[in-house]
Design a protein around this ligand. Sequence first.
Ligand code: SAH
Length: 279
Amino acid sequence: MTEQQRIPTIEDIAAYYDQMTDFYATLWGESIHVGYWPDSASDISLEAAQDCYTDLMISRLSVQPGQRVLDVGCGTGEPAIRLSQQMGVEVVGITISHLQVARANARATRRGVPNQVRFEFINAMHLPYSPATFDAAWALESIFHMPDRSQVLREIKRVLRPGGRLVIAEAVEIGPMTDAERRVLWAGVQATSYITPAAYIQTLQAAEFSVQEVIDISAHTHKTLAKTVEAIHQPERTERLLTLYDQDFVTLMKQVWTDVVDSYQGKMGYMVFVAQKPA
Ligand code: SAH
């Protein structure tokens, strides 16, 4: 990292999601995470692939009906609602975007689960919950935004019950990256850090989690970026974006996403980490 690399603050990330939630909803639909194509030859839509990704995470969380789950960085709530409906669990989702809290709670009401799933404006760096409040937690594409991964992991561990699981899914650095490439990528998605899989495992262990499983899903998720760039150039999506944002912004985003794809190739992978708080 160089001096020119500006690490986004919590306020930057909050402003980013207040501004970008509609952008992602236009290009990606309900969830703000990559798609998972179970079979690389299959050509299911990005939205269908996003649901497959959520289902993979649900399968790794191993929860029982009636348990409580913390969703760290919940977006507009689709993954938490899907989890609750499939597994019969209660979910508390947290985000630092007021707009997302409102959208996610409205979604829970619309989908008939306002008593099982609720969303709160809370910074994951300081969780206001008592020790052992949750049976499990997950963080789907959110921790790379946070200022200190170790602190977030310690906070999550504190609020998990002994033996509780944590499932994390996010992009990781796999190839040597230049500072310039890192700058483009980090600025494009408001990241504060991406680390290697080995560093991730060490960070989890240093926070006293045992690492149960590490799954490399890079090959199953990589179509997401191409699909995003394809979507952003579709005339009907551009038209819709122009009802929400001005022309300069839409032009800038087209460039940013093309640049992100260029910096990403062969340098970034995507992993799922399944960890457990010792019993
Ligand atoms: N997991 C969701 C959203 C992913 S987008 C989904 O898969 O659809 C990243 C999310 O992380 C956003 O909701 C953002 O507000 C949240 N986030 C980023 N930094 C955070 C922090 N410090 N505390 C809580 N949430 C945070």
